[in-house]
Design a protein. Structure first.
Length: 254
């Protein structure tokens, strides 16, 4: 797992946007108990509620700039480790590097280019959900737990803001750089839900579709764990994407 430009720092930077300091403290304690110790790990938390506020795109960009670890772990504050810890994550990333030297970002829930949802995650007090054969190369990632290989230099899109779809944004940034995104077998517990599909979500989806359609210069369909995107490039795809998004809004009351 040698990435020369960041090899002098810690192995892991655990990064989180914080709205509840108690939740965040419990998350950090969970990671420390799982072997993410001071000799290998730093913890970075940015306030998303008061003071100098950060949305996900700006906050993740700043955290990736400040992180010193070989791998930045972007985590929600409501995740807790189970039996998988630092040793297991190190092993999974070693295996991934041996399989695909060009990987840039990984997580534990996403969707492949063929539209297959792949995951390894425990929701609340429910059973662990596992779908697909892991590791699996994907086109989108859910944001509960995302590993960024810092040597690649990924950053979220400067033209987007909000709290949605930044996992998929990082996957597309990796693709532009000729890199790949993967779901790995790393189980943890997410205490809360993935969030509501509401007006704010669909407004962001519309901006996301336009941003990436224009950047790639072509229309494209991408499934994520929560929605279906139509990247917009040209009048035809704009009309199709608007129609599809209107159906999604109607279905979910957004």
């Amino acid at each position: 797992m040698s990435d020369p430009i960041v090899s002098a720092g810690p192995v892991f930077s655990v990064c989180c946007l914080v709205t509840d300091p108690v939740q965040h403290a419990a998350m950090c304690a969970s990671f420390r108990g799982g072997g993410f110790t001071p000799d290998t790990t730093e913890f970075i938390g940015f306030n998303a509620r008061s003071g100098p506020r950060f949305d996900a795109y700006a906050g993740v960009a700043r955290m990736l700039e400040e992180a010193r670890g070989r791998f930045a772990l972007l985590c929600r504050q409501d995740v807790r480790l189970l039996s998988d810890g630092a040793a297991e994550l190190t092993a999974r990333l070693d295996e991934l590097s041996a399989r695909d030297h060009d990987w840039a970002v990984a997580g534990n829930s996403g969707v492949t280019a063929e539209g297959e949802e792949v995951m390894r995650i425990t929701e609340g007090e429910g059973p662990t959900a596992q779908r697909g054969t892991l590791p699996a190369r994907v086109e989108s990632l859910e944001e509960t737990f995302v590993v960024v290989r810092r040597a690649i230099g990924l950053r979220p899109s400067a033209g987007l803001s909000g709290y949605q779809l930044y996992g998929t944004d990082l996957c597309l940034q990796a693709r532009v750089l000729g890199r790949s995104a993967w779901v790995i077998d790393f189980n943890l517990r997410r205490l809360g839900s993935a969030g509501r599909l509401d007006r704010a979500f669909f407004d962001h989806q519309e901006a996301f579709e336009r941003h990436w359609g224009q950047r790639l210069g072509r229309s494209e369909r991408i499934r994520t764990p929560r929605t279906s995107l139509t990247l917009r490039s040209g009048l035809g795809s704009e009309l199709i994407a608007s129609w599809r998004l209107a159906r999604q809004r109607a279905r979910f009351g957004g």
